[in-house]
Design a protein around this ligand. Structure first.
Ligand code: GLC
Length: 691
């Protein structure tokens, strides 16, 4: 059951696709209070209450015990003390023996989630706008509630199948030659690869929808050449539009009044990579149609994947901000600068970026309503993603393209995926990557992954190898790093053979991962879940923070500590441990429910398959299209019979349905041996373990 409660004049965020009547009754679970405009929802927490949710957020899978803020921000330092990252996903799941319910706070302004931070036994959620719709979701299980959120907010974006391949990326590839070398180095060393991201350097002077002629003289020809090598090109598109006369996107935007404006109606100017820039008002349908159509020229050149960036929107500084800073410096220039003045001056400059005052200084338009940006701040990235997706659909409604973005809000999960932003080459960020998977999934974002190896900082080879062992399972499997850091392509490292072997595991798992992804997307399910979703009565399982359920059959538990030669895992039920070294080199161990120490050398990675389940494994391939999803080896620990509902499709068309793509794989075991059946499939049952 979903109940809707409205407060003030809620802003239409576009998150909800199923309009519900406003409930006349009082809000269950929460006590309400007003402080000026702000609206506060208070809830007493019992000792065993767990709080899941908040999508892309810091810290635990269980969010209890900390302070979070929905305020999309370009902050690349994801330390434990940070309250906000790039996205706002205002969905919480409260779970205990006595009560289980979901709450979606549909409010695009700043919200503070004090989840047992000020007082351990109290949650306080404060909406600064005070204008919002609150949806309370009640159902029989955590999974059913997450499914209800999907029914309320629409089904998740479907990427093409090739987007499940390995993608290499780095800020710093400047030319055709750079990209060509990346592809050929992978091919030469048999490291599977499906795409290369083109970061801001491919553009002419960081201007969206342009290509630097010095680096890429003919993108169409180059995309064709790369397509022959089975590599997809994935350019970045940033939110800010360079202020430059004669640059078509800038000229058209100014002529038609498509940019966000100051109160007096003149276009707002902020600085990002291209320097002084304008910001399209993506909340407007006409602006989205205009901006979305700009993607066509890159699509026409043969591009079929994009990443949208800097769309919080990031602001390095605004016109006003930099003027104030210079004025302050001017005032102090002849002073004998004391230590307090020095710190103040430093702060004035540091605080220029992403300043709250700047976000209050410009306006956007929703329908007929002109609204100050900070009130709708968290929608900016979501609506940029929507513009891109709608533009691509207009280009070819029958074909899926890859699209993932940095900033988002619930609702954007219908249009694209998300990557988890500028992380670091830190071991703790492998774990953070893992924790975000179930949290993002319950908010609808199924296509996701982090920068494998870490964006900032220097990756060590053991870190990259361990991170790849988690990346094998994440729908977006992209190695990305920042210019100036240690080069991070697999072939740069002495452990490259072990890394390559781990990537082959990904390609062997493509049929299974794609099947589980599509089943989750088409049925409103979660591909990744906290253990509590599957074992709600197992108190130990419910509090596990470093293992997550994958699909209907598996659990993953990566190694995320340097120098570890294994790890402890908790098995809520009997499971088969598959210890992979490569697609063809692995061994299987049936393990009973309980705590186990699992030996895992640096080049070994675990996958746990629930007893009674089978999963299919392909022979792999050097790119996704080369993976034969009809020739499958089955893995599992089964009794006499087992089955798996296998989903597959052409990986490209948009018109897909669950029923059309499902084939039942049935396994029968008796004294004569084990046999498997599945229409149109060649199945090998030799690796199955039977009781
Ligand atoms: C931002 C992005 C990062 C990208 C860089 C340059 O920091 O998050 O992924 O490489 O900008 O475009």
């Amino acid at each position: 059951m979903i109940s809707r409660f409205d407060f003030g004049s809620p802003i239409d965020t576009g998150a909800v696709v199923r309009q519900l009547p406003v409930s006349g009754g009082s809000v269950p679970y929460f006590a309400l209070s007003r402080e000026d405009h702000a609206l506060c929802f208070t809830l007493d927490l019992a000792q065993d209450d767990i709080i899941f949710g908040l999508g892309e957020a810091n810290r635990g899978i269980n969010k209890r015990g900390h302070l979070y803020a929905s305020w999309n921000i370009d902050d690349g330092l994801h330390t434990e003390s940070k309250n906000s990252l790039y996205a706002s996903h205002n969905f919480l799941l409260f779970f205990s023996k006595d009560r289980t319910f979901g709450a979606f706070f549909d409010d695009p302004g700043r919200i503070t989630f004090d989840l047992g931070y000020t007082k351990t036994d109290e949650a306080r959620i404060i909406s600064e706008n005070g204008d919002l719709s609150l949806y309370i979701l009640e159902s029989e299980s955590l999974g059913a509630i997450a499914g209800d959120l999907r029914r309320l907010t629409g089904s998740s974006y479907l990427p093409p199948k090739w987007a499940f391949g390995y993608i290499q990326s780095r800020w710093g590839y400047k030319s055709e030659e750079d990209v060509r070398r990346i592809v050929s180095e992978h091919r030469r060393r048999h490291i599977p690869l499906d795409g290369v991201c083109m970061d801001i350097d491919y553009m002419d002077d960081y201007m969206d929808f342009t290509v630097d002629p010095a680096g890429f003289d003919d993108l169409h020809r180059f995309c064709g050449e790369m397509a022959e090598a089975h590599a997809h090109m994935i350019p970045i598109i940033d939110a800010g539009i360079k202020e430059k006369k004669g640059y078509e996107v800038c000229d058209e935007g100014l002529e038609n009044g498509y940019f966000c404006t100051y109160e007096d109606g003149t276009p707002f100017v902020g600085a990002v990579w291209p320097g002084r820039s304008y910001f399209p008002d993506f909340l407007r349908e006409d602006v989205r149609a205009w901006f979305g159509a700009k993607y066509h020229r890159l699509l026409d050149a043969g591009v079929d994947g994009f990443w949208n960036d800097m769309n919080e929107p990031a602001l390095f500084y605004s016109e006003n901000g930099i003027r104030k800073a210079f004025a302050q410096a001017e005032r102090m220039k002849d002073m004998n600068v004391g230590i307090h003045e020095f710190f103040h001056l430093r702060e004035v400059f540091a605080d220029m970026a992403n300043s709250p005052d700047d976000y209050k200084s410009f306006y956007q338009t929703i329908g007929r309503r002109r609204i100050r940006h900070d009130k709708v701040h968290n929608l900016y990235g979501a609506f940029m993603t929507r513009a891109a997706a709608e533009g691509m659909a207009a280009h070819n409604p029958d074909r899926r393209n890859l699209l993932f973005a940095r900033s988002s809000y619930i609702g954007a999960h219908r249009y694209g995926g998300v990557w988890q932003g500028d992380n670091h080459s830190w071991w703790s960020h492998i774990l953070l990557n893992l924790k975000m998977l179930p949290s993002l999934n319950m908010c609808g974002f199924l296509y996701t992954g982090a920068d494998i190896g870490g964006f900032n900082g220097d990756a060590t080879e053991d870190l990259l190898l361990r991170w790849l062992q988690l990346g094998v399972f994440t729908p977006l499997m992209r190695n990305h790093s920042c210019q100036g850091t240690r080069e991070q392509e697999i072939y740069r490292f002495s452990l490259q053979n072990q890394m390559r072997d781990i990537v082959t595991v990904r390609y062997a798992l493509i049929p299974y991962l794609y099947s589980e992804f599509m089943k989750a997307a088409l049925s409103g399910g979660c591909m990744f879940r906290p253990l509590a979703f599957d074992y709600p009565d197992d108190e130990t399982a419910c509090r596990v923070e470093d293992q997550v359920m994958l699909g209907g059959q598996c659990m993953i538990a990566p190694v995320y500590q340097q120098n570890a030669r294994g790890r402890y895992v908790y098995l809520p039920e009997d499971m088969l441990l598959v210890r992979f070294r490569s697609a063809s080199d692995y061994d299987c161990f049936p393990l009973e429910a309980g705590h186990h120490w699992i030996e895992l050398e640096l080049h070994e990675m675990p996958l746990f398959i629930r007893r009674g389940c089978v999963i299919p494994l392909s022979r792999g391939g050097q790119w996704v299209d080369a993976v034969d999803s009809t020739d499958l080896t089955l893995l599992g620990w089964i009794g006499s019979d087992a089955s798996y509902m296998f989903y597959d499709d052409d990986g490209l068309s948009t018109q897909v349905g669950l029923k059309d793509g499902l084939t039942e794989i049935a396994v029968k075991s008796n004294a004569q041996g084990t046999q498997a059946f599945g229409e149109g499939l060649t199945l090998h049952a030799g690796r199955l373990i039977t009781d």
